[in-house]
Design a protein around this ligand. Structure first.
Ligand SMILES: CC(=O)SCCNC(=O)CCNC(=O)[C@H](O)C(C)(C)COP(=O)(O)OP(=O)(O)OC[C@H]1O[C@@H](n2cnc3c(N)ncnc32)[C@H](O)[C@@H]1OP(=O)(O)O
Ligand SMILES: O=CC(=O)O
Ligand SMILES: [Mg+2]
Length: 349
């Protein structure tokens, strides 16, 4: 690992100084776009004002013979829409580091759109060495092309080895912006016997003991992802970066999508991926704190102006710890309100 002093030094002569703090951005939904499809790309200008992040996807779901078109489409997209003016992030998911595509992709992206791309999402990250590699590569390319704002990195946690190393991945570089859970590839990597993209499974349950009278036993579906989620959230929080839920593949089941997103939100995630336009509103609603909760959190802050002592509100004890929870909630709401007039009105900011 780097020394403490070395951690924030640029990795190439002429590369921009790394971020010391993550830029404050609202990232409730990362909306995936297949950039090789002109028809879909043409609609991005219309969709962009309704999302926090547009992600041009170059990896899985893009056919092998369309990788070049997807890269060209990404560059075109970065020029066709002024994402910065809209306050919308532009992210790109590159192909994985053992693929034949990633090197040309990173080189082209930095050369042709390095000053417009906010975050590069790296799939199938196995350990900190993957981040060291891409960190150095980006620094060299940024220096070469005079990029003045470092591109951030986002890792997908989607292999068993990656889960084992998630803490080191989260702290591998000041470029690390966050980590998403990738349940589809992770399921395959673990040899889980499923065919889904995220969500629960009706077979994964706990069941009560048999009844003496032989009456039916209650069983309840459990969360397949809880362990990984908790590990990822703690790794991200400890390193000051953001955890995200990834994809929910059942586009036809908005109720389960909302539940999956809500579990992630309550566990500390900043957002989730939207694969289809119908998932944008779900993510927006779930990852914007409930106005009633925000109002209660404001009351806690008002009752304890210096954040210490004890107070009772509506029969509930408040102290320094609930004050901190309230501050997380109100800060999140304030950040959203600054971007989103609808929520500013709901929160009363
Ligand atoms: C495990 C993982 O790696 S997940 C990440 C990789 N996967 C992806 O990125 C998938 C992204 N999403 C998609 O490609 C598509 O949404 C699909 C294939 C899932 C479904 O597409 P369709 O069958 O066309 O959906 P549907 O017919 O409901 O689409 C309705 C409209 O929304 C458009 N649309 C669909 N998805 C998107 C999208 N992600 N962004 C913008 N527009 C979209 C369609 O083009 C269609 O437009 P039209 O009415 O003008 O024809
Ligand atoms: O890339 C995402 C996944 O779930 O796999
Ligand atoms: Mg994947």
């Amino acid at each position: 690992m780097k020394t403490a002093r070395g951690f924030f030094k640029p990795l190439a002569i002429g590369a921009p100084a790394p971020w010391r703090e993550l830029p404050a951005r609202v990232e409730r939904m990362i909306h995936f776009v297949p950039p090789h499809l002109e028809k879909v790309r043409a609609k991005v200008g219309e969709i962009a004002p309704t999302v926090d992040v547009i992600l041009a996807n170059l990896e899985d779901a893009i056919p092998a013979d369309a990788k070049g078109a997807a890269l060209a489409g990404t560059i075109a997209l970065s020029r066709e829409v002024d994402f910065a003016a809209l306050g919308v992030g532009l992210w790109v998911r590159i192909n994985c580091l053992n693929s034949p595509w990633h090197l040309d992709e990173v080189a082209t992206l930095v050369e042709k759109a390095g000053d417009r791309i906010d975050v590069i999402m790296v799939p199938k990250v196995e350990g900190p060495w993957d981040i060291f590699y891409i960190d150095q590569l980006l620094a060299s390319l940024e220096a070469k092309h005079g990029v003045t704002r470092p591109i951030l990195l986002h890792a997908i946690l989607e292999t068993a080895e990656g889960v084992m190393n998630v803490e080191q991945i989260a702290g591998a570089s000041p470029r690390m912006q966050g980590i998403s859970l990738g349940p589809a590839d992770l399921a395959a990597s673990r040899a889980m016997k499923t065919t889904r993209v995220g969500g629960g499974h009706p077979g994964y349950r706990v069941i009560e003991d048999p009844h003496a009278d032989g009456s039916p036993r209650v069983s309840v579906q459990q969360d397949l992802w809880h362990y990984t989620f908790a590990k990822m959230v703690d790794a991200c929080a400890a390193h000051g970066i953001k955890p995200f839920y990834g994809p929910f593949g059942a586009i036809d089941d908005p109720v389960a999508c909302e539940q999956q997103f809500r579990n992630a939100f309550l566990m500390g995630c900043a957002g989730a991926w939207s694969l289809h336009p119908s998932q944008i509103a779900i993510a927006k609603q779930v990852f914007s704190p409930d106005p009633t909760e925000v109002a209660f959190a404001k009351r806690i802050l008002e009752a304890m102006p210096d954040g210490s002592g004890v107070a009772m509100i509506d029969g509930k004890m408040q102290d320094d710890a609930t004050w901190k929870q309230a501050k997380v909630m109100v800060d999140c709401a304030r950040q959203i309100a600054a971007k989103d007039a609808e929520y500013a009105a709901l929160y009363g900011f």
